[in-house]
Each structure stands twice: as structure tokens, then as C-alpha cells.
Design a protein around this ligand. Structure first.
Ligand code: ATP
Length: 195
């Protein structure tokens, strides 16, 4: 994360996930969040050691981060954040939020989440404190019917895509262009990931 000129940055988004790998659904969400919330910057934060799920060991944090860096190259407002990847501790979004709030004082922070994550949001570490520090922004997801109320919802088409689907397609040697960017596809091929 670069810490320069942060005083001019007033609206920040945080979008965390396994990103295993980062896919076009994530990109659509990121672009829509930037546009609809008028964000100055959106951080993509790959989880390091997750507390809820254990699916991030398909590939290393470094590889997931490298793919995120590739998709950030095409958008000036999108920034990779390696805070959770380089931390030795279990990743909690609360800690990441504190860190980002510290380097962007006086800015409004939005936490971007999909419907499957929103279902267990209230069990996140320090959820009540997070509500004071950020606004949760929520995207609906195909196959989920959440009963969450009071979150800011971004109206968007349902993106019928997941990293699980992509990992399956890679194993089956199926075309990937509808699901990931060419740069990410090339990275996966070069490093022989998800085989
Ligand atoms: P996996 O299939 O491995 O579980 P995933 O596709 O859900 O992965 P994650 O990296 O776990 O991807 O997702 C990061 C965030 O993006 C989560 O908040 C998740 O809910 C959200 N998300 C991912 N894909 C979609 C989608 N197609 N629609 C809405 N939200 C999504």
C-alpha cells in the first residue's frame, strides 16, 4: 500500500476475499462499487490465514496477490493490499479495516461483500465496532436468499461465477475467457496453478 497523498482520498472501499483466483465477477463488483459509490480508491485484499474458511491453500498468497496486481493494472482506482498476506496472524477484516482507517484518516470507508459472506457478517470479529467504522455494501449472489437488513445494496445483475467454478474449469481444460482476464489466465498457465 502506498501512503502518499492520502489526505486527498475521501472515499475508500475495501473488498476482501480468497480471490482463488480473482475472477470477472469480482471485477464487475469492484467497478460497480467504484462507480456507484464514487470511490477514490478500492483496495482488493486477499485473505492470508482465514478464520472462517480453509480454502485459500489451493495456491500461495503470493500467487493470489500477483493475480490481483495484474487486474489492478487496468484501473487507476483499484489497489492491491497485501496486509493480510504478509501478516503472520489469522486474518480478521476488523484488523484490516483499522489499518486502512489509520492510513486514510477522515475518509469514509465502505466494506464490499457478497451475499454469501453477508449471511454470517454478524459473527465477524468486532462486528459492532466495524459498523461504527465503515458502511457495509452488499451485492446479491445467485443461489443465495439472505435475510440481512439495513445494508447498503448495490443494484447489479447476478454474476453467475465463482472461483470454485473456475478451478473446476481449469482442471477440465475448459475455456476461461468468460471468467477471468487474459492476464490472469496466462499467469495461471505459466505457474501451472489449480491443476
Ligand atoms: P469460492 O468459489 O472459492 O468460494 P468466490 O467466488 O466466492 O470463491 P471469494 O474470493 O471468496 O470468491 O469472494 C470474495 C467476495 O466476493 C465475497 O464477499 C463473495 O461473497 C463475493 N463474491 C464473489 N463472487 C461473487 C458473485 N458472483 N456475486 C456476488 N458476490 C460475489
Amino acid at each position: 500500500m502506498d501512503n502518499n497523498n492520502n489526505n486527498n482520498i475521501k472515499k475508500i472501499g475495501i473488498f476482501g476475499g480468497s480471490f482463488n483466483p480473482v475472477h470477472r465477477g469480482h471485477m464487475e463488483m469492484a467497478n460497480l462499487a467504484i462507480e456507484k459509490l464514487d470511490l477514490d480508491r478500492l483496495y482488493l485484499v486477499p485473505v492470508g490465514t482465514p478464520c472462517h474458511r480453509c480454502d485459500n491453500d489451493f495456491v500461495s498468497g503470493q500467487d493470489r496477490m500477483a493475480m490481483i496486481k495484474l487486474v489492478c493494472l487496468n484501473n487507476k482506482k483499484l489497489f492491491p493490499c497485501d496486509y493480510e498476506i504478509i501478516s503472520e496472524k489469522v486474518s480478521y477484516t476488523y484488523d484490516t479495516l483499522l489499518k486502512i482507517a489509520e492510513i486514510h484518516p477522515d475518509s469514509l470507508i465502505y466494506e464490499i461483500i457478497g451475499e454469501d459472506s453477508a449471511e454470517y457478517l454478524t459473527s465477524w470479529k468486532n462486528y459492532e465496532k466495524m459498523v461504527d467504522l465503515c458502511k457495509f455494501v452488499f451485492f446479491k449472489r445467485k443461489g443465495y436468499q439472505s435475510t440481512i437488513h439495513g445494508l447498503l445494496t448495490i443494484e447489479a445483475p447476478l454474476f453467475n461465477i465463482s472461483s470454485t467454478l473456475i478451478r473446476e474449469k481449469i482442471k477440465n481444460n475448459e475455456p476461461l475467457e468468460d471468467y477471468i482476464t487474459p492476464e490472469v489466465e496466462e499467469y495461471i498457465r505459466e505457474h501451472n496453478l489449480y491443476r
